[in-house]
Design a protein around this ligand. Structure first.
Ligand code: XMP
Length: 501
């Protein structure tokens, strides 16, 4: 096992994924994780990584006294300076970029590499003086950008081998894992599944578990995994709030009830959601109403059941990392539809809490879940409630479902399905003038939104070929009644968000 100490920023996540791809288990903890706990996890190696301009006063340099190999990456090298002296300069002033770095191939971490590697790094920060006992192992021009202390297996690199595009970066990480730390390639998902099933079976015993199933990737995979372990002792509740896409409810019921023979309660709550939303136009208020109503429906279903001791949640590893390691998280408020109440008297089962998203998808595939579900795009908890702008009405929902269906169908036909990260239609709260067969119309507009993104924090609008857009527009205006105009959103995030509300 490799332990990543995280000084903030986005690098720990990609590093974690990279290590798991090399079939080594890893965990990410904050940089100031108690040293006793680090010790008790018995890692084969420690990697310190981060990106920050903050000065930390609580770097615990005891990590270098555990006799465990350490690699410090980027801002993580502050740990080495704190412990062993030396300093970094901020003189070059070029910010982050790919730079050609010359490495010493005698060092175990650069064994077998080319001599010159293109590496992602902060040019503002190179070693100025080398700490005592260390040797330089890579340079950028005349600047030192990596150092090593072979006798204690401590390395500091100013560049980021874990960033995609850094040449041979994966081999540098692999060298650290296998040549320096002697890790085994023992992390595999088949074994993870087998162990999880055993563990869930032991934990639940003869009791019962409940799962709020949304049909999204995480809750679907969690539910199927728990079902494999305890069968009919798992009860799933699927709430149809009337804000689902075309055919979505049927797909969920078909998958979980027909294919996996799961004990699934599908609650038709369309009418009560729509009546709560009547006349409401403020996006935040709509979200709140949908979230609260979801909880109410779920609680009512729960109260009809007896002897439920466990609640299954599709929490995944990034949810835990992103929630800030507070250590006492009960139920994530943004998880699933609306978020479940925090005062429910359940023990949690979170079988995916150690997995990254790609691993969750892979577990789903291994469990026999269809690509359609495993590869599903993100879908907001409040569903079409935030894609029908302004007041949510049955009429607008109906129009949106049809238009969204055509959009998705045409993207699929154009073989763009796997090339666009997220795409959907929205319907604004306006009508505009049009003309058909010489007659004036006053009808709805459909907005098409398609973006590419890695983590949803930023996004760029997708360059869908004009002829595909043309076809979608023509189909929507001719096949969906009461639509006379289609527009394509060409705004990135920021300044826009991906969803319109
Ligand atoms: P925004 O609109 O904030 O969306 O750029 C970022 C990503 O999050 C999805 N999204 C949600 N997901 N519950 C969710 O589970 C929500 O309430 C929610 N709102 C937005 C959105 O589809 C995009 O992928």
């Amino acid at each position: 096992m490799i332990l990543i100490l995280d000084l903030g920023g986005k690098y720990s996540n990609s590093l974690g994924k990279r290590i798991r791809q090399s079939k080594v288990y890893c965990e990410i903890v904050p940089y100031n994780h108690p040293i006793e706990e680090i010790k008790s996890k018995k890692p084969e190696g420690i990697i310190i990584v981060g990106e920050s301009d903050k000065e930390f006063s609580d770097l615990n340099t005891d990590v270098f006294n555990l006799g465990i190999p350490v690699m410090a990456i980027g801002y993580g090298t502050r740990f080495i300076e704190e412990a062993f002296g030396g300093s970094s300069t901020k003189s070059l002033g070029n910010g982050y970029n790919f730079e050609s770095v010359h490495v010493d191939r005698e060092s175990p971490i650069f064994n077998g590499m080319k001599e010159n590697l293109n590496m992602w790094m902060d040019m503002d920060c190179v070693f100025e003086t080398i700490p005592e006992g260390f040797e330089k192992i890579a340079e950028l021009g005349s600047n030192v950008v990596a150092i090593g202390k072979e006798d204690s297996k401590i390395y500091g690199v100013k560049f980021h081998p874990e960033v995609e595009g850094s040449t041979d970066g994966e081999y540098i990480i692999d060298n650290f894992l296998f040549k320096v730390c002697n890790c085994d390639k023992s992390w595999n998902l088949e074994e993870f599944i087998a162990n999880s099933i055993e563990e869930i079976r032991r934990k639940v015993g003869q009791k019962k578990a409940l799962c709020a199933l949304s049909g999204g990737v995480d809750s679907s995979v969690a539910a199927v995994l728990v079902h494999k372990a305890i069968g009919d002792k798992l009860v799933c509740v699927f709430v149809d709030h009337g804000l689902l896409r075309k055919n979505e409810k049927e797909q969920v019921i078909d998958t979980f009830r027909e294919k996996f023979h799961m004990n699934l309660i599908a609650v038709d709550a369309k009418v009560r959601f729509l009546s709560k939303l009547k006349g409401v136009t403020d996006p935040e208020e709509k979200r709140k109403i949908i979230g609260e109503e979801f909880i109410r429906v779920f609680e009512e279903e729960k109260n009809k059941l007896t002897d439920i001791d466990f609640l299954v949640q599709g929490t995944i590893y990034p949810d835990i990392i992103e929630s800030g390691f507070d250590g006492n998280r009960v139920v994530k408020s943004h998880h699933n539809v609306g978020g479940l109440p925090e005062d429910m008297d359940f023990q949690l089962i979170e079988p995916l809490r150690q997995l990254f998203k790609d691993e969750v998808r892979e577990v789903g595939r291994l469990l026999g879940i269809s690509e359609e579900i495993v590869n599903r795009q993100p879908f907001p908890g409040p569903g079409l409630g935030v894609r029908v702008l302004g007041e949510v009405t049955e009429e607008k929902l109906e129009i949106l479902r049809e238009a969204d269906h055509i959009f998705r169908e045409e993207i699929d036909k154009a073989n763009l399905k796997d090339k666009i990260w997220q795409y959907f239609a929205a319907i604004p709260d306006i009508r505009s003038v049009g003309v058909i067969d010489g007659e004036r119309t006053y009808n709805y507009t459909i907005i098409l939104r398609a973006v590419n993104s890695v983590d949803a924090m930023t996004a760029t609008w997708a360059r869908i070929p004009l002829e595909v857009l043309d076809k979608i527009s023509k189909r929507i205006t001719s096949e969906v009644p009461r639509v006379n105009r289609v527009v394509y959103d060409i705004t990135d995030k920021p300044p826009a968000t991906i969803e319109w509300e």
